[in-house]
Each structure stands twice: as structure tokens, then as C-alpha cells.
Ligand binder design. Structure first.
Ligand code: SF4
Length: 175
């Protein structure tokens, strides 16, 4: 049995830019995955079901619809350490630009006249896009849009060593 920690990555309402930063670690990502972490769930791998007992989960994106919320509750209940990765998860950032509008106004603006049905065509939108910690406990906050590859590497290296990353140390990389 592997003695590596299990790692998952998830995105909710985000642009995938935070995951691109994860990939920007390049060979350092491969080193971490060969020695410290097993990637058990992610848009980058094929697992369809979020497993139980995940050691570390990196979560990108805000909570914008009922599907996000359902997924978030599952992820939280199955993760030991939950990381809000990037400004959309930490503050709601870009998804919150719609918060001054009603849900119907949002749908009218994006649908060119034919309103999508909820939840048949699109997930039921929440009244506002909100940050992850409004709904569940978050263990580590990593700001940045996106956080740099150096920041994510520092984060994972600290977690692999069993330490709680120090936010002030993270921000020295210009997250
Ligand atoms: Fe994209 Fe920035 Fe949001 Fe990350 S924080 S998902 S890079 S908009």
C-alpha cells in the first residue's frame, strides 16, 4: 500500500486558470506526484467519483449554483485538508461580477432571448456567487488570480511535510 498522501483537485465556478498554474509547476509536479502525493481525483485524471478519506483537496472557483454546492459538501465531508485555491474560491472574484443582477437578469443577458430551463438545461443558479468559506470550513486560503506555480509548489511541499502553510510565506511569492 502506498504511503503517499492522497491529493484531489476540484473546480467549481472558475476559469481553470488555477489548474493551469498547477500544471505550470512542470517537472516539480511530477516530482511531487512520484514521491509525496497520489492524485486520486481531478479534472486531470479519469476518476468520476470523489473518494472518501482524501488527505488534501485543492478547490478552485466560487459557489454559483446548486450543483457546485452539492459537490462542495461531498468534497468537504471526504477531505481532511480543504484548500481554497485562488481568488474565485477565496473571495468569489470574477463569478461575483454578476451579483448586482438577479438570476433572471443574468439568464436573459446570456441567452439571446431563449431562457434556459433550470435545472433541465443549466444547474439552478444561486442568487449570488459566493466564496467557499461561506458554506464550509476551509483549512488553508491561497489568494491569487491565479496563484503562481511557485505558490502552489510551496503549498504542496509544506502540506507534504505535515506543516500548515504560512500565508505570509505564501504571499512572498507574489500570489
Ligand atoms: Fe480563473 Fe483567477 Fe478564478 Fe483562478 S482565481 S479560476 S485564474 S479567474
Amino acid at each position: 500500500m502506498s504511503d503517499k498522501r492522497s491529493l484531489a483537485t476540484v473546480w467549481l465556478d472558475g476559469c481553470s486558470g488555477c489548474h493551469m498554474s498547477l500544471l505550470d509547476m512542470d517537472e516539480r509536479l511530477l516530482q511531487l506526484l512520484s514521491s509525496e502525493f497520489d492524485l486520486v481525483y481531478s479534472p486531470l485524471v479519469d476518476n468520476k467519483v470523489f473518494p472518501a478519506g482524501v488527505d488534501v483537496t485543492l478547490l478552485e472557483g466560487a459557489v454559483s449554483n446548486e450543483e457546485d454546492l452539492r459537490k462542495l459538501n461531498t468534497v468537504r465531508s471526504r477531505s481532511r485538508i480543504l484548500v481554497s485555491l485562488g481568488d474565485c474560491a477565496v473571495t468569489a472574484n470574477v463569478p461575483s461580477l454578476r451579483n448586482a443582477l438577479t438570476v433572471n437578469q443574468v439568464l436573459e443577458r446570456v441567452s439571446a432571448g431563449q431562457l434556459p430551463r433550470q435545472p433541465e438545461d443549466v444547474p439552478l443558479l444561486c442568487a449570488q456567487a459566493r466564496p467557499v468559506h461561506n458554506f464550509v470550513k476551509v483549512d488553508v486560503f491561497v489568494p491569487g488570480c491565479p496563484p503562481s506555480a511557485d505558490t502552489i509548489h510551496f503549498l504542496l511541499t509544506e502540506l507534504a511535510a505535515g506543516r500548515t502553510p504560512n500565508l505570509s510565506q505564501l504571499t512572498r511569492f507574489g500570489a
